[in-house]
Structure formats: C-alpha cells, structure tokens
Design a protein around this ligand. Sequence first.
Ligand SMILES: O=C(O)CCC(=O)C(=O)O
Ligand SMILES: [Fe+2]
Length: 299
Amino acid sequence: MFIDIPSELEAALTVCSLPPWQLDGSFLAQSTMEEYRTKLTTAPRFDETAATLRHSLSGEGRGYAVLRLGNLAEKLGTGVRLRQLATGFAAEVAVPFSPFPRWPLWKDIGVKVDKDPGKSSGIGYNAFHMDLVNASHPPDYTMLLCVRPDPLGGGPSILSDAHAAVARLSEDCRSLLTESAYHYGTFFDLFGVGEEYKPFSILDDSTPDGGFIRFTAKMLSRSELSRAHVEAARELAEELVRGQVSFMLQPGDFLIVNQRRFLHGREALHTGQETVPVADRRLLLQLFLRAGAGYGSAA
Ligand SMILES: O=C(O)CCC(=O)C(=O)O
Ligand SMILES: [Fe+2]
C-alpha cells in the first residue's frame, strides 16, 4: 500500500510547474482537473503510477494507499508546489473538494494541547472513524499529506478494513448495527456532503459491499446511546483494532483512504507536546474527494 514515485517521474515533477488551481463552488474546477492532467500525463510513468494508486484504493481487501512524496517535498518544500502536485495526483482518483466553506481546499491539522485530546488536532488517541460520519453523503475519500511528524516520535496512523471487521461480528451484533439508533457530533456550515444524518445506522443493508460503514468509535464516549447499541458499537471498535495496521507518516507521505472500505485514526502523540514550539509540532494537510461520474473514479 506504499507507493514510491519512480525516479524518472520524480525528476520530471521537480521541474514541472502547475498553474494555481481554481474552484467551482467547493469543488476543484474541471478546467484545473484537465490542465493538471494534461501536464502531468506527459511526465514519464505518471499514468502508470496513477493507475497503481487507483488500484490500491478499490477492490476487496484494499482501500488505502500512501503515496511517498518525501523526495519531492524536500526539493519543492511543503508550500503551494507540493500541494499542486498532490492535488494533481488526487484528481486522478476523484474530484478534490472542501466541505468547509471557511477553509481553503487544503485544511491544516496541527496540534492543539488544550483541545479535546480524542478529536482532530488533539494530542490523544484519535479512535477509528470515518470523516463526516453524520453527513448523508460523506466524502468518498479522505486524504492526509504529512508536512511534519510529531518531533517527539508519537502519533502513528492506524487503518482498518471496516468490511472485514464487520464480517467477524456475530449476527446479533450486526443486526443491532443496522438499526437507525446512532448519532454523533454537530453539523453546520458544510458543502457538498448532503444533509445532517441523525440518527443513522452503522450498517446499511441496501449497499452491502461498496457501502459506507458509518462508524466512529468516538461516539462510544460522546453520544447518548442505548446499552445494547453501545455494546454492538464497542464490539465493532474492538474488531477494528484487532485488524488494524499502523505506521508513522513521514514528511511528504500522502495517505489516501477510501472511506467506503477503510476506517482511520491515529495513536496518541508523544507526551510533552506543550514543550514543543507550535511551529515545530506535527502538521498534516487534509483534503477530501468526491467520486463522480467521468472523473476516473476508483470506486
Ligand atoms: O491526526 C491524524 O493523523 C488523523 C486526523 C484525522 O483523522 C482527522 O482529523 O479526521
Ligand atoms: Fe479523520
């Protein structure tokens, strides 16, 4: 699931200059998608690398990839040029968009020592979840580009095959998860992800395999749920942990997760974050994708 950039492609991308991106509402403009593709496809082995990326994101047992852009990050820095290239790769999978109208296309995820430790940008264990779990139309893919890992050495990413975890549950447990009895979080000021979904079911009979497993282990402690439903959700959380893989994102690593197949999270950062200057703390950049007809969707 780790994809290295072939050296001849890396050399070509180092000197490739992409134009600034344009947005059409909250989505990357089709003109930008086309411009980026036209430029990138002339680079040696670009098409093959994009095909490998799409392949690693769909199909049974697959659903995430880490595109290793570290050498490019070293040469180009982690500013707009790296973001343009990463946007170009992302656009080979589906359509980049920002569900948060108040944020730019790429949203910073830094480290805040006084935030709820279990939530995005908190310092604690970020339990298995899908992003925007309570939207009727969550992003098909979520992506994290690592600018800086935790300088104290904590915070490995965790990933788990959600369908495989569900398959290991008892029938009784699965049946509780198909009940519309779960809710989590707030919902306001969002674009391109539908309506608030409350309550929702974790499993959906109508889309057994390619469907979302609408789950966040964060609801175990933060939502009021009936005892039976909490127990069923806890069993799923335990199976996700049992099946997890974990690895440390390195500078320039670009993690892409198919939210219809895998759930993601992050182990706690190392203790002592308050001693790290804000400018040296772990920093990721987040981007989302919508799979749509005609955009080379991997779904
Ligand atoms: O910090 C991380 O590695 C994961 C963050 C995350 O999953 C989120 O903010 O939704
Ligand atoms: Fe997330």
